[in-house]
Design a protein around this ligand. Structure first.
Ligand SMILES: [Zn+2]
Length: 110
């Protein structure tokens, strides 16, 4: 499958830490909750780490669930240099709009 998009890029504000408002924020991992069969379908999770490791699964134990109860979503895991905050920013679809929220993370490395 291939798509060809034509975009114009526009600058937006820098991402601020959702916890402390600091401006030295780093994105580490990306988690996508997809629904290959459409709305309310089974979820396929794709987790991409900052080191390029890709994990695909039906469930994944990362301490958060799909931010969208019926559709697709993605989350950006990150941290900030200002206060050592560790968080996930969530973008989930719900009733025709895309909501943004965040979760504070307390990481246990295995
Ligand atoms: Zn912070």
């Amino acid at each position: 499958m291939s798509k060809k998009f034509y975009y114009e890029t526009h600058e937006m504000d820098d991402l601020k830490c959702p916890v402390c408002g600091g401006d030295h924020v780093h994105i580490t991992d990306i988690v996508c909750w997809t629904r290959p069969t459409g709305e309310d379908g089974d979820v396929k999770i794709v987790w991409v780490t900052g080191k390029g490791q890709v994990t695909e699964a039906k469930t994944i134990d990362i301490g958060v669930t799909n931010p969208s109860s019926r559709r697709q979503a993605f989350s950006l895991e990150g941290n900030c240099e200002n206060s050592g905050c560790h968080f996930m920013l969530h973008f989930g679809q719900h009733k025709g709009v895309t909501n943004m929220s965040y979760t504070l993370n307390y990481v246990e490395e295995n």
